[in-house]
Design a protein around this ligand. Structure first.
Ligand SMILES: [Zn+2]
Length: 464
């Protein structure tokens, strides 16, 4: 902790503003005196420092690893704003009023005014922790969160690292394989932007406030599912989460994913992301193909013994696969074949000519049902129906599990300064050798101080 404090004191000379200086001072005093209130104060300065180019947070943060769920794991990260991604995202938000009407529900189902999200895309330079999250929502001090705020950021390169993986299963033609590995990163960027910025942010929940005032025109709005007037809504204190605990989050994730694929067919949106002509068409196709493939791989996250889904997004993608499967005109099929290794394999064949004519309207109709019922506080039975894994799909799951790829390794870069003072990014191979080289580069000499701390620690626990 002493070394930590010394480094932080050195960092305090390079801050961008007063809040960052105050934050670091509190970290130092927290780490050198063991003071939690000082760490809380550091967190207060941190949330007040809005949208910095370099973002960093450090301390005993998440309690996931503690069996008691109390003790925070020591972690710290440094990330920088991804300016080009953030500018595409803000253009999309600026044009939200133009794109929201493309969604399959009428204006009366939209908010009167689009609430501009505070959404920054950061790239991690270094995240020191047992696991690297794709997004963060901290500090965890409840009192500060409730009364003073928190930060919510997406860690873009954690997500995109996944799409650089060249290993692709379950795709048919070499053409699909090629398009997929080349374009899935770009397609994913479009999908994430649409999911977060227009997906979760579109629409309004019909509600009545404590004075009995409705946020919609009760005698004018017609329920598209029944053709009757709206007869249910949220009362004060009720939210989608409180009313529909177990399916609440997957249902909403499914809505955002559907909005993503649905709007990814819009050429103007693709243009905002910088794609036109044949490339734009291919990205659209790869985005839908990715969704189908994700719906199949989702079966890894289903436990047949308990008949339960373990991950909200994966359940949502499986539902999308099932909805498309139910289309009167087939748009894709999953073929059971023998792989080149002689073992069972699966191939997805998606007819790209039917993407806009058949698949898009099918998703639009489903999305409309899904959302308009959410607005009226009615859950759709069809969500549970589509989430129920069929016997056929349990058989597909065996192949999916057998072909499951080993967990990816994240090997993070180091930064160092050159003789002329410029910063150098040193990257390592994503392999065990890469991890070892990265440690050797970080700790080139035997560190007797660290070693003796480690030995004392072992000795201490043996005595306990
Ligand atoms: Zn989401």
């Amino acid at each position: 902790m002493k070394r930590m404090s010394d480094e932080l004191e050195a960092a305090a000379h390079h801050v961008a503003n007063r809040k960052q200086k105050d934050m670091i001072d509190r970290y130092v005093s927290s780490f050198s005196r063991g003071s939690v209130p000082d760490h809380e104060d550091a967190s207060r300065y941190w949330i007040k420092d809005k949208g910095p180019v370099v973002e960093t947070y450090i301390g005993f943060i998440e309690s996931y690893r503690d069996p008691f769920g109390l003790r925070g794991e020591y972690e710290g990260f440094v990330a920088v704003v991804n300016k080009s991604m953030s500018s595409k995202f803000s253009q999309l938000v600026d044009s939200a009023q133009e794109f929201l009407p493309l969604l399959p529900w009428g204006v009366e189902f939209e908010k009167d005014k689009f609430l501009r999200p505070d959404f920054t895309s950061l790239d991690v330079v270094s995240f020191a922790s047992s696991g690297i999250p794709a997004g963060i929502n901290i500090p965890n001090y409840d009192e500060i969160r409730q009364n003073e705020g928190f930060k919510n950021v997406s860690l873009g390169n954690v997500l995109s690292a996944a799409s650089q993986d060249k290993r692709v299963t379950f795709l048919t033609t070499t053409e699909d394989q090629g398009d997929f590995t080349d374009l899935r990163g770009k397609a994913f960027e479009v999908q994430v932007g649409l999911h977060e910025l227009l997906g979760h942010r579109s629409g309004k929940l019909f509600s009545k406030d404590k004075n009995g005032v409705f946020n919609f025109e009760q005698d004018k709005v017609i329920n598209p599912l029944t053709g009757d007037k709206i007869s249910s809504w949220y009362n004060p204190g009720e939210t989608w989460d409180t009313q529909f605990s177990t399916i609440a989050s997957t249902y909403e994730e499914c809505r955002a994913e559907c909005v993503g694929i649905y709007l990814s067919t819009d050429r103007n949106i693709l243009r905002i992301f910088g794609y036109e002509g044949a490339e734009a068409e291919d990205i659209m196709y790869v985005n839908w193909l990715s969704m189908l493939r994700a719906g199949l791989i989702a079966l890894e996250f289903y436990t047949p013994e308990t008949k339960k889904w373990r991950q909200a997004h994966m359940q949502a993608r499986y539902v999308i696969l099932r909805v498309l499967m139910d289309s009167d005109t087939p748009v894709f099929n999953i073929e059971s074949v023998t792989g080149s290794d002689g073992k069972p394999d699966l191939l997805i064949r998606f007819d790209r000519n039917k993407l806009e004519t058949i698949a898009k309207p099918v998703i639009g109709e489903f999305l409309n049902k899904l959302y308009t019922s959410l607005q009226q506080m009615l859950a759709q039975d069809s969500y549970n129906k589509y989430s129920t894994v069929t016997d056929d799909h349990l058989m597909l799951r065996d192949t999916v599990m057998a072909r499951k790829m080993p967990r990816r390794l994240f090997v993070q870069p180091h930064t160092s300064t050159d003789t002329d003072g410029s910063v150098v990014l040193n990257e390592f191979d994503s392999s065990f050798e890469g991890i070892i080289s990265s440690f050797l580069a970080r700790y080139p000499n035997n560190d007797t101080e660290l070693e003796s701390l480690w030995r004392n620690d072992q000795h201490y626990w043996k005595q306990k």
